[in-house]
Design a binder for this molecule. Structure first.
Ligand SMILES: C=C(O[C@@H]1C=C(C(=O)O)C=C[C@H]1O)C(=O)O
Length: 100
């Protein structure tokens, strides 16, 4: 019966799950940036442009498909991707300017 649920305990359990997911996201983002920073160095060393719009277009299409499958708003998935890529490009430009 829902009356027998302790709402404070339920909130605590859900927040524990949220905190674990937030921690996993931070670790995954750190790994992603570790990889993209290496891409930035590679591009800087070989005179390649920081951004690759064709690659990004493919990634966005793929992420939107995955988001739909996962019942996540594809618009949000695209916004998240563009937010992360903007930071990646900033790193790549810094690497190209010898700031790494
Ligand atoms: C990491 C790269 O550089 C940029 C950043 C991307 C990303 O963060 O996924 C994708 C394409 C590029 O605009 C790459 O070219 O693979």
């Amino acid at each position: 019966m829902s009356d027998s649920i302790d709402p404070v305990a339920a909130l605590g359990r859900l927040r524990g799950t949220i905190d674990n997911i937030d921690a996993a996201l931070i670790f995954m983002l750190a790994e992603r940036f570790r990889a993209t920073k290496q891409v930035g160095v590679l591009k800087a060393e070989h005179g390649m442009p920081p951004s690759d719009p064709a690659r990004e277009e493919h990634q966005i299409a793929r992420l939107r498909r995955l988001a739909e499958e996962a019942d996540l708003d594809p618009e949000f998935a695209e916004k998240w991707f563009n937010f992360v890529v903007a930071e990646v490009i900033r790193h790549h430009e810094a690497a190209a300017n010898g700031e790494h």
